[in-house]
Structure formats: C-alpha cells, structure tokens
Design a protein around this ligand. Structure first.
Ligand SMILES: N[C@@H](CCC(=O)N[C@@H](CS)C(=O)NCC(=O)O)C(=O)O
Length: 206
C-alpha cells in the first residue's frame, strides 16, 4: 500500500486527485504545515527537504510533485493517465516541469519570500510582482500549451490535476483568473469529476 503525506490546501492536492482517479490503494497521512510538522525528525526521514507532498512506495520514498504524479500514473497504467508515445509523454512532462520549476516557484515568492532574501523590503517587492508573473504564466499556458478540454486535448493526463492548482495560486495571490476563459472552463470541468471532489473534501476545500 502507498502512504501519501499531504497537507490540507497544499500542492499535494494534485497527487491526491490522481490517487483518487487511479483508484490507488493508499493511506493519506496529514502533515500540518502550520504546526511545522514537516520539520519534525519523523517527517524529515521521509523527505529531508521538509516539503509536502511525499509518497512512500514499496521501493522507497518519493518527493517532488512531477515525480509523484508520474509514479502514480506508471503504477496504474489501466487508468491511462500518461500518453503512450514518447513524444506525447515528454510533452506532459514538459508541461508539469514548467508548473513545478517556474509557476509554483513564482507563487512561492508570495508567501515564502524569506527563502530568497532577508531584506523585508525586497520580500515586499517580490511579493508585489507575483500576481503579474502568475498572469503571464496563465496567458502562456492558455495561448500555447492548453489544448482543451484537457491540457493534452481529449485525453485526461497527469497534467490536469497539476494545472488545477494554478487557479488556487492565482486566487491566493490576488490575480484575476476569470479572463483566462479556457483555463476557467478547465477548472469547471475538473470540479465535475468525482475523484476531484473526493480530494477537495479531504483538503476541506469547498
Ligand atoms: N518542488 C516541490 C515543492 C513542494 C513544496 O514547496 N511544498 C510546499 C507546500 S505546497 C511546502 O512543503 N512548503 C513548506 C515550507 O516551505 O516550509 C514539489 O513540487 O513537490
């Protein structure tokens, strides 16, 4: 059985959705960020980076959203969450790498600026830029990478639950999401999936 370490309302929501989509046999263990439980020695043994999410598999521990999403998809091939051809699969990984390395990091400057500087004025300056950076990312995705109705077109893949985080990041940062009509339709379509509703309930998100 898989053990999934998550925090309510965190980016772990993407993998939580995928575990539900795949019908995976897993136990969810909550790690409260607000209580600094991610820095407890017990959790640092799971993920020395002290970040959420993490996944305990029969082979060992995994961290990093794109890797966890890929692992769940590859161990549940019947769910069909990864394209079969190398090129299409690589496009999914490229999309998720962009969310992980650029968009999530851009959002982190809204709440976690102290990771990059101790200068309070610089933290405020970086924070002020976050809504602009997220809007630019959303425009890039909408104009160039989102095919519709799902990220890759007709096929729902591991890019979809990950993209679902974007509107939450934008709302938290105060970026208007509604103008991105294709992405807004994607959020609405995601909310019609029972797996998404179950994961949202686990995160206590209405
Ligand atoms: N690159 C990591 C980022 C994970 C990450 O930063 N998670 C946040 C929650 S969304 C976290 O654990 N924050 C705790 C902290 O920064 O102290 C991934 O994609 O899994």
């Amino acid at each position: 059985m898989l053990i999934f370490y998550y925090s309510k309302g965190s980016s772990a929501l993407a993998a939580h959705i995928l575990l539900e989509e795949a019908g995976a046999n897993y136990e969810a263990r909550h790690v409260a960020l607000a209580q600094q439980e991610h820095m407890d020695p017990g959790y640092l043994a799971v993920n020395p980076k002290g970040r959420i999410p993490a996944l305990e598999t029969r082979d060992g521990f995994l961290s990093e959203n794109p890797a966890i999403l890929t692992y769940i998809a590859q161990t549940h091939p019947e769910a069909g969450m990864l394209p079969d051809t190398p090129y299409e699969a690589a496009r999914v990984h490229a999309f998720n790498a962009y969310l992980s390395s650029t968009v999530h990091v851009a959002f982190a400057h809204f709440q976690k600026g102290a990771r990059w500087t101790d200068d309070q004025a610089a933290i405020e300056t970086m924070r002020a830029k976050v809504p602009v950076n997220l809007a630019e990312a959303a425009k890039l995705i909408e104009d160039h990478y989102f095919k519709g109705p799902w990220v890759m077109g007709d096929r729902y893949t591991i890019a979809d639950p990950y993209l679902f985080l974007l509107h939450r990041w934008m709302e938290k940062a105060g970026t208007e999401f509604a103008p991105f009509e294709k992405l807004a339709a994607h959020v609405a379509a995601m909310r019609e999936r029972s797996a998404v509703l179950r994961a949202l309930e686990a995160h206590e998100i209405s």
